[in-house]
Ligand binder design. Structure first.
Ligand code: ATP
Length: 502
């Protein structure tokens, strides 16, 4: 699995999807740049989300709020006081660790140990070895697995919100500093994850600001503006995509946890008391959206939260099977009227809606869907990257991206660089490029060009050969089946359209 993940990272770099930020200066930790193909894939995921949320729902509208917001926003939202992750200081190494990440590391170590024991037994007993029997009879393995399960269960219950629990667990497990081996853990501290910055050039008059740690608050503070100017009736939603910033302590796992990332959020404003109905609806609807991409039902699962954040009365994650296991991909939260009420209190302004049907004013309740665009990118990219053994025994690397998301929809390839074939290829591109991203490639033998497009995830290769000059037909090769058909140039657009449209 580790190898698969390494492969994902190197493929992303080699084929121009993702580069480490500021690489000439050896990079910046947990910050990444989207390259020429990555930016297209990311844009297509964003559009797929936007169309399904905004275009397809007549009661959801879009918004693009600024990253910089009035600093009181973050007092009202609770981020200044409460948006903290428990940290553990190690006095010896003067390093700080995020508690849940540490526990995760420990669980991983236990897992490796358990696996080693199993391997040892397998070598010793050969064919007679029965893994299930071994696990149930081997005390050591049982112990490892039981501890691991306990850790995972506690993690799953949102343990990181309960500091005393984390501390007790860390002590109980005597987790050693992974670098120094020291067990001298001290205080669990709170740490504010927001990036601070300043508004105004002169030092004295400058105002302290934060880069937003979530896009949601830009929606809340605009709730009444949108409702009034758009004459929206509850229930209605506001959707937004944009950058968010969190000074994550342990940022790792490639683009899974970054310090600068993009969110795709939708806040749905509903009548108080009706929130559970909408919450259930959005849970199902968001899962269906994920499944529509065809990455496989078994790769998704819900994780319902037992412990809830201070603002929520129900919450669930859609988890995805990443190369490093099932992890949160999207959150669906019933946020009550916490945010709007808090903004009322801090601003002194009413954020109420007049419900003509009920003939009364109220602060709506909110159901939120919150998806990380970069995590979605990783889910799609990692699952699509496949190594296929072909009938003749050779193998190919193919990025089986959902066609609707592929950065380039077709590559047009002249069989040879002469006899007017490149000109015809360019004409075909000129016709198609109004509708799709199309690429041109004339370098290397055509077989190698096919493989390159496979690795880039391009659904179609269109090859122009000498027969094209005579009858205006080309071959079109399908990425997944590698099947080739002879078709008329005039039909290309509809063939591609059929496959790549939403
Ligand atoms: P986690 O527990 O993994 O830190 P979270 O519960 O803090 O995530 P939310 O605050 O609910 O996440 O944010 C909504 C979504 O934003 C997450 O489901 C995830 O897809 C994405 N997200 C959050 N933090 C990051 C990050 N540091 N890098 C990339 N994506 C992120």
């Amino acid at each position: 699995q580790e190898d698969i993940f390494k492969n994902v990272i190197s493929h992303a770099k080699e084929y121009g999807f993702i580069f480490p930020s500021s690489e000439v200066y050896d990079g910046l930790s947990a910050v990444y740049d989207y390259a020429q193909n990555g930016v297209e894939l990311k844009k297509n995921i964003r559009e797929y989300w936007w169309k399904s949320m905004v275009q397809m729902n007549d009661n959801i509208v879009g918004l693009d709020a600024a990253i910089l917001m009035h600093p009181t926003t973050w007092k009202a939202s609770g981020h200044v006081d409460a948006f903290n992750d428990p940290l553990i200081d190690n006095k010896d190494s003067k390093k700080r660790y995020r508690a849940d990440v540490l526990v995760e590391d420990y669980a991983e170590k236990l897992n490796v140990k358990a696996k080693k024991e199993i391997e040892k037994a397998r070598t010793r007993f050969g064919d007679a070895f029965n893994e299930q029997e071994f696990i149930t009879t081997n005390a050591r393995v049982v112990e490892y697995l039981a501890k691991e399960r306990e850790i995972l269960e506690r993690l799953a219950k949102g343990m990181s919100e309960d500091l005393a629990d984390v501390k007790a667990l860390i002590e109980e497990l005597e987790i050693a500093d992974p670098e120094t081996g020291s067990r001298n853990w001290t205080d669990v501290k709170q740490f504010n994850l927001m990036f601070g910055t300043k508004l105004g050039a002169s030092a004295d008059s400058a105002m302290d600001l934060y880069l937003r740690p979530e896009t949601a608050q830009g929606i809340f503070v605009n709730f009444l503006n949108v409702q009034k100017s758009g004459r929206m009736k509850v229930p209605f939603g506001i959707a937004q995509t944009g950058k968010a910033f969190r000074n994550e302590i342990v940022a790792r796992q490639f683009i899974f946890r970054m310090r600068e990332f993009e969110q795709m959020e939708m806040q749905f404003f509903v009548r108080p008391g009706e929130e559970m109905k909408h919450y259930e609806y959005w849970k199902e609807t968001r899962l269906k959206w994920h499944l529509s991409l065809g990455l496989g039902q078994a790769n998704y699962r819900f994780h319902d939260h037992e412990k809830l954040a201070h603002y929520a009365n129900a919450a669930a994650d859609i988890e995805f099977n990443f190369p490093f296991g099932f992890k949160e991909l999207e959150g669906i939260h019933s946020r009550t009227d916490f945010d709007l009420k808090a903004h009322e209190q801090h601003s002194g302004r009413k954020l109420q809606y007049f419900d003509a049907e009920l003939n009364k004013n109220y602060v709506p309740y909110v159901v939120e869907t919150s998806l990380g665009l970069d995590r979605m990118f990783l889910a799609v990219f990692a699952t699509s990257l496949q190594e296929e053994v072909l009938e003749d025994g050779s193998s190919r690397t193919v990025l089986k991206l959902p066609s609707v998301l592929a950065p380039t929809k077709a590559a047009v390839l002249p069989l040879v660089k002469k006899d007017g074939l490149p000109d015809i290829a360019h004409q075909i591109i000129d016709d198609l490029k109004w509708d799709f991203n199309v690429a041109y490639d004339e370098k290397d033998a055509v077989g190698r060009r096919y493989r390159r497009q496979d690795a880039l995830g391009t659904p179609f290769c269109i090859t122009v050969d000498h027969q094209t000059i005579e009858d205006q037909t080309v071959t079109i090769r399908h990425r997944d089946s590698m099947k080739q058909d002879r078709v008329a140039i005039a039909d290309l657009k509809s063939i591609i359209e059929n496959e790549v449209s939403m």
